[in-house]
Design a binder for this molecule. Structure first.
Ligand SMILES: Cc1ncc(C[n+]2csc(CCOP(=O)(O)OP(=O)(O)O)c2C)c(N)n1
Ligand SMILES: [Mg+2]
Length: 344
């Protein structure tokens, strides 16, 4: 059993007007993903589906500490990052459905949400795959003299990948503006960190590249935001990359195909008592910054947004079969079904 951390101490250091948007975004993610699970059961969403339920404080706290013009790179557990970044819930849901109106034109699905205008560069199914992309984006910015942070989210499982070490090394060597955001939810599929890693102190691994590090309670949206504010300030000042470990927990299975035989149900229940939504709303209520009516209104708004997104996705168009080879690059060009014989 991996014990849950103690509850957050001290008052929320934000006024009501600053605190409620954090709660609102956590509710939007939670309600969106609950609907995704339902629609998966109904056969409307297919393929892989990895839910972020329980981890919402990480994407919300971190993205609320970044500028809207910063780059975001994420994993296949990225619905929350897309929603907080401002990708419309309607086009995200349409992508989940594989519809042409989706943010990746229905080509990517749950694991490949992408929106260049929002500077969301995936959505990546490959564990550790986002790290070199983030380093490349930051290298481009630094060569072009653009002042921007690239925040790269990845799970602790990615830290066993060669791509992680190569990316950390180059980012530190070239002092690139990358904020490495490790979402440490303690498990990589069914493998607990200590079963696969000789060094379980993730900050120590990052520090071995001479990188500044911070560890934050990923179940507390305030702790996440504050740690990220510090870290992004360091990166923005030109002091090189920064690594933040957010200690969090997923309340659901790894994906929709996981019997969860590797963890004790009591452990899951204990961590649920540290759920980011109810602990934050309880603190705000205790401090007189939130009434039950206001909470219910935020929840109603989130549910209504989800209903509109489902209607949009249902009304969308499936990718026509004859278009399936469009934008697919092949080393041996073959005539397309339209007979044009060219790569596009
Ligand atoms: C390179 C690579 N190896 C293996 C997999 C299969 N795989 C998918 S998710 C996953 C676990 C990753 O765990 P972690 O990085 O901690 O992220 P989490 O799912 O916990 O958010 C693995 C091994 C993959 N997608 N890519
Ligand atoms: Mg993990």
């Amino acid at each position: 059993m991996i014990p849950a951390p103690p509850p957050p101490a001290g008052p929320v250091p934000y006024a009501k007007a600053q605190a409620l948007p954090l709660l609102r975004d956590m509710l939007r993610i939670r309600r969106f993903e609950e609907k995704c699970a339902e629609m998966y059961g109904a056969g409307k969403i297919r393929g892989f589906l990895h839910l972020y339920i329980g981890e919402e404080a990480v994407a919300v706290g971190a993205l609320h500490a970044l500028d809207a013009g910063d780059n975001i790179v994420a994993t296949y557990r990225e619905h929350g990052h897309a929603l907080v970044r401002g990708v419309g819930m309607d086009v995200v849901m349409a992508e989940m459905y594989g519809k042409r109106e989706g943010c990746s034109r229905g080509r990517g699905g749950s694991m490949h949400l992408f929106d260049a205008k929002a500077r969301l560069y995936g959505g990546n199914a490959i564990v550790g795959g986002g790290l070199p992309i983030a380093v490349g984006l930051a290298l481009a910015d630094s060569m072009q003299g653009v002042a921007r942070v690239t925040a790269c989210f990845f799970g602790e499982g990615a830290m066993a990948e060669g791509a992680f070490h190569e990316s950390m090394n180059l980012a530190a060597l070239w002092k690139l503006p990358v904020l490495f955001c490790c979402e440490n939810n303690l498990y990589a599929m069914g493998t607990a960190l200590a079963r696969s890693e000789a060094q379980t102190d993730l900050c120590a691994k990052a520090a071995s590249y001479g990188m500044a590090t911070l560890r934050a309670d990923g179940q507390d949206v305030v702790a996440v935001r504050e740690a990220t504010l510090t870290a992004q300030g360091h990166v923005r000042e030109g002091d090189g990359p920064f690594f933040v470990e957010y200690q969090t927990y997923r309340f659901r299975a790894h994906s929709m195909f996981d019997a969860e035989l590797y963890r004790d149900k009591r452990e899951v229940e204990a961590w649920k008592t540290r759920g980011p939504l109810h602990t934050f709303s309880a603190r705000l209520k205790a401090e007189g910054k939130l009434t039950e009516e206001e909470f219910l209104a935020l929840d109603r708004d989130a549910l209504a947004e989800v209903d509109r997104a489902v209607a949009f996705a249902e009304a969308g168009t499936p990718e026509p079969v004859e278009d399936l080879l469009r934008d697919v690059i092949s080393p041996s060009p073959r005539p397309s079904p339209r007979g044009e014989g060219e790569l596009r």
